[in-house]
Design a protein around this ligand. Sequence first.
Ligand SMILES: [Zn+2]
Length: 121
Amino acid sequence: MGAYLNHSCDPNCEVDEIKGRVWLFAIRNIAAGEELVWDYNLYDDDDPAPCHCGSSKCRGTMYSREWMAKMRRQAARKKKRKLAGSQIGKNGAGKNGAGKNGAGKNGVVKNEAVKPRRGGM
Ligand SMILES: [Zn+2]
């Protein structure tokens, strides 16, 4: 089905499957001879599917908004993990940096004791 129609972020058709049949609905008036386009709304994949439909509403991808949001959340989580990893590396490398300048050597104060104890009961 998709092979006959092109993707557009500003589609004039909508595709729906009802009782095992694929239905094509016009979602706005289509001029005679106008190309039928529909929003692929791809999902469940992370291969790049860039869109160049040229519409002013173009998302730049053929994936659905929902899927892109999900991918962004996943990417953010991955980034967080990466950041945590590099932080550990920074601590190791930073020691040399501080030593070179001469400053900071004494500036390192142990803050462990400062935390107030929450004893409560
Ligand atoms: Zn587009």
